[in-house]
Write a protein that binds this ligand. Structure first.
Ligand SMILES: Nc1ncnc2c1ncn2[C@@H]1O[C@H](COP(=O)(O)OP(=O)(O)O)[C@@H](O)[C@H]1O
Ligand SMILES: [Mg+2]
Length: 311
């Protein structure tokens, strides 16, 4: 008899355990309607025994944008990847990630079977990253790529409707001349336009949660402002919830309703944007604020981080 590879047996076993946990945990209780779309409780992530995320908890309400801010290496991306269960198998994850289904049931994403999780990715939870080219295929026309994002979750959409949805998505993210440009390849677009294409792909299945991880970091300031404006408009029009991640508190403050400040894998402070900006409770937040250039920054005085690091 052929020997089954140990890895596939392990994976299958893990999936069965997950399915059992899922069946136990999924709760449809109309009496107890959760107010959060996403509730993360005591999330811990470790890589080779090193804890990168140390028991963080946060909520995102329907239609709300939570800004997650912190210096590089503080655990922001690891957190966002854990929400979609996209971390490598070597990552040890514990805690609870609850997601509110359309029917009012609350699902525990960490114990969801892989098949159900795959349906969530892109459909109810979409993600955009810093570098749009990582999400785009350089040798495929952009219209086709946006169509594929739709067909991945709605494969039976009639052809004519697919074209209409693609054009509508391109219009929605203000890509110029969509009928003509859908035939172009990614390299024929600017960096800002490429990020708009990725946003169109992310939103075409009408997700309820959008995770944006440093999505404007690679763009120059003017284009960054345009993309932030676009995200704000889309969020308003679609009642979209967003987890907006950036190392830059000034950027986060432009789009977020609430802010969580992360440092060394912990959330050291969270509150409304106004609260965090005007009455920061933690020294680290005060430093982040002091290091952000503003209209009132004195040009003859170095920024706080530069003073601290001796640059
Ligand atoms: N796949 C991985 N394997 C090993 N360590 C990782 C991996 N991903 C992230 N880390 C580590 O986890 C910590 C947090 O990283 P990350 O979440 O990418 O930070 P941020 O997005 O805030 O810059 C870092 O110390 C990083 O080196
Ligand atoms: Mg990151």
């Amino acid at each position: 008899m052929a020997k089954l590879p140990v890895d596939s047996v392990r994976t299958a076993f893990r999936e069965i355990v997950r399915a059992i946990r899922y069946a136990r945990r999924v709760s449809v209780d109309p009496q107890n309607v959760a107010s959060s779309l996403l509730a993360v409780k005591d999330l811990r992530i470790a890589f080779s025994g090193q804890e990168a995320v140390r028991g963080i908890s946060f909520d995102i309400a329907p239609g709300e944008t939570l800004g997650l801010v912190g210096e590089s290496g503080s655990g922001k991306s690891a957190t966002s990847l854990a929400l979609l269960r996209l971390l490598p198998p070597s990552a040890a994850i514990s805690g609870c990630i609850q997601f509110l289904r359309v029917d009012g049931a609350v699902e525990e994403l960490l114990s969801l079977p892989e098949e159900a999780m795959r349906r969530h990715r892109g459909q109810s939870i979409a993600m955009i990253f810093q570098e749009p080219m990582t999400a785009l295929n350089p040798v495929m026309k952009v219209g086709r790529q946006i169509a594929e994002a739709l067909l991945a979750h709605a494969p039976r959409t009639p052809r004519a409707q697919v074209r209409e949805r693609v054009l509508a998505a391109m219009r929605e993210v203000a890509l110029p001349d969509p009928e003509r440009r859908m035939e172009d390849y990614p390299h024929q677009f600017s960096g800002g336009q490429r990020q708009r294409i990725v946003i169109a792909m992310a939103l075409i299945c009408k997700p309820r949660l959008l995770i944006a991880d440093e999505c404007t970091t690679a763009l120059d300031v003017t284009v960054q402002a345009q993309i932030l404006e676009l995200l704000k408009t889309l969020k308003r029009e679609h009642n979209l919830s967003m987890l907006f991640i950036s190392h830059d508190l000034a950027v986060v403050a432009q789009v977020a309703d609430r802010v969580a400040v992360m440092r060394h894998g912990e959330i050291v402070e969270q509150g409304s944007v106004v609260q965090v900006l005007t009455r920061p409770q933690h020294d680290y937040t005060r430093n982040l604020l002091a290091s952000a250039p503003t209209m009132h920054t004195l040009r003859d005085r170095p920024l706080a981080t530069m003073v601290r690091s001796g640059v």
